[in-house]
Design a protein around this ligand. Sequence first.
Ligand SMILES: [Fe+2]
Length: 310
Amino acid sequence: MGAASQSVSGPAPPPGLTTTRAPFIENARANGEIYIRQPYQLYSDENQETWGRLLTRMGPRWSRYANRRYLEGLERLHLSPARIPRLEDLTRFMAPLTGFRSRAVSGYVPSYLFFDCLRRREFPTTITIRDGAHLEYLPEPDIFHDVAGHVPMHTDPAFAEALVRFGEAAAAAAERARDIGDPHEKLRALTSKIRGMSRFFWFSVEFGLMRDAADGLKVYGSGLLSSFGEIAHAIDAPGVRRVPFSVEEVINQPFEIDHYQPLLYVVESFDHLFELVGELERWIRDGKLDDVAPGEPAVSETDLESFLTG
Ligand SMILES: [Fe+2]
């Protein structure tokens, strides 16, 4: 009887690496581990199926709305709806092109550590995947957002250089904070700089549009590239304002994360983006991010701490 019931039940199915339910991740976080491995055998059949559905339904949207560099990157990574990618395979395809590697993380990475990873050409990559019952809405990144939204662009040399430059801008912000003696002023100015940098990152890497002479208006922001609904809304909806990217405007522009973006900024190319990040870095060095407009996003103690100790 015992043997029979054992053979019927078989080995326990893998517990899954679902964003809302992943014991492996909870343990890592409880131990304070940010950088982890991708325990591939823990993905459940449902996780694999969710990945396949997400990738398959985005295909036609990417063909229509994504910029050319992204589509080329997608091909180079050989993503397949049949299986969640292994980060080591992504690195194998990506590193020879730009030096970028995917590095598994347990969740939120304090902002200085995140930017500093970019400087070292490492992309902190979430390994969990969203619950299959909620394909669209997602308050935090998952492997679909990080891998299908971000990583294809990391095969493009100009985009990769822009990311590295973000890391250098963050290093400049940390350096400036160290130079300010008064503790209150140090925190106030640093909070402002982190807020300005977060806005810049949001309106470019996460939600950026590009106007290409040959292709017209296309999407390159990862938040858009990983959203079935918003990618079309960003390009087609008449109510969205699409304005040329200006460092001064962007660093002072609050954003909210819980609805489609009503305002998007347009760059001309990834070389143009690289120039803009360079401008950001100069502005940080010149103290021009020390008084950005108040408002979203909030800057956490953890983020501040990461700049002061990182
Ligand atoms: Fe992202």
